[in-house]
Design a protein around this ligand. Sequence first.
Ligand SMILES: *[C@@H]1O[C@H](CO)[C@@H](O)[C@H](O)[C@H]1NC(C)=O
Length: 380
Amino acid sequence: MAFIIFPCIFFIQILATCSLSEAKVSAVIAFGDSFVDSGNNNYIPTLAKSNFEPYGRDFPGGTPTGRFCDGRLQPDFISEGFGLKPIIPAYLDPTFSISDFATGVSFGSASTGYDNATADLLKVIPLWKEVEYYKEYQTKLRAYLGDRMANRVISDALYLINLGTNDFILNYFSVPLRKLEFTVQQYEDFLVGIAENFVKQIYSLGARKLSMISLLPLGCFPVERAMNIGNPLNCLEERNKAALEFNGKLKAMVAKLNKYLPGLKVFFADAYELLLQLITRPSEYGKYYSYLKFMSVQHIFDVLLSITVTIDDRVTGFEVVEKGCCGTGLVETAVLCNRHTPFTCPDANKYVFWDSIHPSQRANKIVADELLPRLRQVFL
Ligand SMILES: *[C@@H]1O[C@H](CO)[C@@H](O)[C@H](O)[C@H]1NC(C)=O
């Protein structure tokens, strides 16, 4: 019997693998800020760079790439989760070409926002310019694949849009510019208006599958906690409130566009709560916690036994949430987080944040793993 069953199982696995590679997501294409920038800022004159150690020390090969992280970013994990490549290249990186970009590319630029004025602060790529690059990409893609195939890639690609963080933490709450013009609610509306126009614009260029990522609990970023004078190292609730309000408005806009633009599917990827869970219940993210939840009683005994033998740092979940791993963890990001920065932690896997603003690779992976089944459900 085993002789017959074995090849059948083998055959079924091949079928499963085939249908996976025929998945209807052709490429992962990212627009946005440092949460998706895989190195574009390396090629422009700005202080918003991270292509030096200790950035990238947990990236494959241990190399800094310009990602604001110790390792990979969410789009990298999402691409891998769709059976595409595990690394999304940066559009401006000359070591990649259109043959690489055909299955995934990032137009992201660290420190940019929906608001042009945000990109101006550190002279990074404004959103309209990311769209210009995207148009240029389409031209190259058509030359490379021919119109028919290129159009298919464009309409079957999953577009990840991650913006807004810098509009609040770098711009609105930090410099006396937009704050003099807008109340925080007015600014939220202003940003959501830009987001809506942006979606309509890439829709008119052929994009159909979009994932708009919510703001994270900004007030709990270490850099924001560091500014909480009245309540040291606690989350700045005012900023979490702005993020939640903005997310509500973004979600409503997404629902509206889903209704009125034929063929468009926008998924509102609410990562606010996902990251907040990591921050408020860090110890529950141990390796074995998730196993235990799904196991029957007799298996729990075996697992507990193996825990006692193989206990290591990661089993315990996250240990630090108020500070990033780099330096003091409260202010260091970009050029301030470098090879000479003292106090950088030895193991970023214990930290929800890698630097004072950006989640660690491990946090990125956990959030991506939570989003992936929902994305598959909507887009496959
Ligand atoms: C941002 O700048 C571009 C280029 O100057 C302009 O076309 C666009 O209208 C501006 N966006 C907003 C919302 O002002």
